[in-house]
Design a protein around this ligand. Structure first.
Ligand SMILES: [Zn+2]
Length: 424
């Protein structure tokens, strides 16, 4: 199958922005330039921006059913009183439908890859398979003894059943919940599993001041010291949040493989604080962007996170130059791919790489005029401006229509599930 995207503004994240065409052959970008050849399908991108699909580097897509359920709570209280009691009643089918809803939401707002951490992840895998999304999935490992052992076994089963499936679109890694919810024995089992399977580790890290305090009380250590002692930093590690990074932690982070995932809206909404992204990046640490789950973020629109990330650094530093439009777009694309360890395949538009591409229509009042494309992308575009989405060379959304499934059916199923789930 050959697809030719004609005459777009190409924001490749590897070269300067230029006008041109992109030829896709099967799952890969085969040529970028001015191209004339016979193809199966032509997409006219005149007056449109053609860029890498966005990478949502930390989320819990099974949480879409929690959107708007409990908005004003502190993290610990929110988890223990609101989220965990409902999650205990969720079935596999609930997680499947919730994942479909999130998947549609992601595709319709420009995300092509997501990095997920939840339970019943095989259901999220099935949803990603159907919708054509690229995903890295982790069964969340939490708690101690019997419960942790059970979850470790489920994580390994997930790996055996889904790793590298769907032409390699789906990958599985080890997901430890957080330093304060995983006792030393659980950490040890998780690290051993990552070692045995050869996968990265995805974990919540230094999200709140409460975490810092709790770790001091429980172990007389920082979360960084705790993870270091457990051997987590010997592996490729995807650290969600990093709001409370102190000077010693920063030194440790300089040497890791992987990076921090910044979730600016979740951090603001839960009152967790402002991660010092500028300092991390100035010290050579890769920073990706994520949404977190819809329980704490409400939407999975990465363009909202992009805006928010840029604005928050400007507020933190009292400086309009603290984080540029171009840098924040990097975080949502190529830098995100580096944090996830998949930058050789996705994150930029280059010949030979996977064809994960989004096309944004600029012929709209709020996107006119066009002085600077990075500025437009960071500060003016929203998810609904994404017109067409291609993942692994397949058109998964065309002119705003999802090609694999009827989105009305999915919304109807989710409304029905919520009726019973939240009244059990
Ligand atoms: Zn999270």
């Amino acid at each position: 199958m050959k697809v030719l995207i004609k005459n777009g503004y190409i924001v490749s994240m590897a070269t300067e922005i230029h006008k041109g065409d992109i030829l896709i052959e099967d799952d890969r970008i085969s040529r970028i330039g001015m191209i004339e050849c016979d193809v199966d399908k032509v997409i006219d991108a005149t007056n449109k921006i053609v860029m890498p699909g966005l990478i949502n580097a930390h989320t819990h897509v099974g949480m879409s059913l929690f959107r708007g359920y409990s908005d004003e709570s502190e993290l610990m209280e929110w988890l223990s009183k609101k989220i965990w009691p409902v999650e205990n009643n969720m079935t596999k089918s609930d997680v499947y439908h919730a994942s479909l809803l999130s998947g549609i939401e992601m595709i319709k707002s420009g995300t092509t890859t997501f990095n997920d951490h939840y339970f019943y992840e095989e259901e999220t895998a099935r949803a990603a398979e159907l919708l054509g999304l690229r995903a890295i999935l982790a069964r969340a490992i939490i708690s101690s003894e019997e419960e942790a052992i059970k979850r470790i076994a489920e994580a390994e089963e997930l790996y055996n059943n889904w790793h590298n499936k769907c032409d390699g679109r789906i990958k599985v890694c080890v997901g430890l919940h957080a330093p304060y919810t995983c006792p030393p024995d659980t950490m040890k089992m998780g690290v051993k599993l990552a070692d045995r399977l050869g996968t990265p580790i995805h974990i919540h890290y230094l999200e709140t001041r409460d975490e810092v305090k709790q770790m001091r009380e429980m172990y007389n250590m920082t979360s960084t010291e705790y993870l270091k002692k457990a051997g987590v930093f010997n592996y490729h590690v995807m650290l969600a949040h990093g709001v409370q990074v102190d000077a010693d932690s920063l030194e440790t982070l300089k040497d890791i493989s992987g990076g921090i995932i910044h979730n600016p809206i979740s951090n603001q909404k839960l009152g967790s604080g402002i991660a010092d992204i500028k300092k991390l990046r100035d010290n050579g640490i890769n920073v990706a962007l994520g949404t977190d789950g819809q329980g704490s973020t409400n939407t999975l629109d990465m363009f909202e996170e992009i805006k928010s990330a840029a604005y928050l650094q400007k507020v933190l530093y009292n400086s309009a130059t603290a984080l540029s439009a171009e840098d924040v777009i990097k975080m949502a694309t190529i830098e995100g791919a580096k944090v996830l360890g998949i930058d050789s395949e996705v994150g930029s538009l280059e010949e030979g790489k996977k064809a994960d591409i989004i096309i944004i229509d600029t012929n709209k009042p709020h996107l006119c005029p066009l002085h600077n494309i990075y500025s437009l992308l960071a500060y003016s575009v929203n998810g609904a401006d994404v017109q067409t989405s291609i993942i692994d060379g397949k058109v998964v959304m065309e002119d705003r229509k999802i090609t694999s499934i009827d989105e009305e059916d999915v919304m109807r199923d989710c409304r029905r599930i919520v009726e019973s789930l939240f009244r059990k």
